[in-house]
Design a protein around this ligand. Sequence first.
Ligand SMILES: *Cc1c(COP(=O)(O)O)cnc(C)c1O
Length: 468
Amino acid sequence: MALFEHVQEPAVSPRPEVWAHVSDEDWNSWRWQLANRLNSVDDLARIINLTPEEIEGLQAQDMFRVDITPYFASLLDPNDPYCPIRRQVLPLGREKQAFTGMMEDSLAEDQHSPVPGLVHRYPDRVLMLLTTQCASYCRYCTRSRIVGDPGVTFSKAEFEQQLDYLRQTPQVRDVLLSGGDPLAVAPRILEYILSSLRAIDHIEIIRIGSRVPVFLPQRVTPELVEMLRQYHPLWMNVHINHAKEITPELSQALARLADAGLPLGNQSVLLAGVNDSVDIQTELSHKLVRNRVRPYYLYQCDLVEGSGHFRTTIAKGIEIIEGMRGHTSGYAIPTYVVDAPGGGGKVPVGPQYIISQAPGKVVLRNYEGFISTYIEPDDYDPHMIEHLDRQVSKPREEPGQRGVSGLLRGEALTIKPAGFDDAHRRRTEKHRLNLDTAKWQPHGIGLVNPSITDTGMYGKVDANVSEA
Ligand SMILES: *Cc1c(COP(=O)(O)O)cnc(C)c1O
């Protein structure tokens, strides 16, 4: 049965001529693969016909690290410079071109790190960077400011700082291991981190974000998977951008992980010339779900140095989601997100489906353009749920992160940019009409939370500035 051939047969990808002499034992060894990575014009010219711009990229100084496992290199089309796999790992001269909006740390991760390597941006989850090393390096790496330097990675002392911070931060229930690639870390260290995290009661789930199954499926050995499954609930996100990456070797690695009970997701990056098309994304999604991988996020390419030529418009991402939603299974559709520059976190973006609204009616359109009306109940009582709501354990929250949901919960009426009140005072003294700040606060009549004394989420309205 052709449909399942990847899953059932221990098939292998064809190996280029230059590696014909390598024993199967070496080829299937992750240590051999790592030790024999390709990174120079000489290495790569042996397996593909390099273009002048690729040669320029490989010879350039001060460029982000190049290193490609022989296995992944064997997937490059030797004669097609537009090969989507080739574009992900082979540098081009144009990587050096600056572009408007380019930054070193476009997600302001270092600014949101309470200790080195730990990014705490959201209330209940953190990103924990275990290493700066990867099995191979993606040209559009969002963390190229720290990733790839063979001399600099995180130390044991820094792991201890990260773990200490987590022990003291009970609102964190989800820890996302990333890097670099957490599966590129020595197995003993990875296990030390996993067991240390598991020893922290309030950490409910651990996630691993890894591209090792893609670059180095040989690393996903039965022993590694056996170790990982000791630390459930453990989830894993892989990073596959194009269906051509899903080889028999990767399928087998994914099957091992899924069989060990790790729920698998995929995060891909929308890349010009690699996967910026509805059909390519749909094919990728279909192949992912056949391998028990749920498409999770499709990222808009970050504003990071080196990635200029990979960027698409956001409109392209919206067009892709338009081409998928309704046309294929809901679980095959990723959420398209823009990771907001400056550290705003992931913002989901997609087509609009609400056409219009009136009291009691919502007008919706579907993927076919069929327009329909949902009649809302006129006797819906949102307070009916309150006694059940009180029985639910409340999240361990940090102050100041309720955001727009906080407005809906009635905890505040406005969210103001820093300096808003000062700016609107127009440098004037308080006068008789604006001394009484209670005027622009609700009287509390009929509010869910009548105790609002503060109309702004981030900082009190300074009612008492009136030393004047
Ligand atoms: C992406 C990310 C997370 C996880 O976000 P989810 O939407 O929960 O997958 C957590 N922390 C940081 C800093 C992130 O960038």
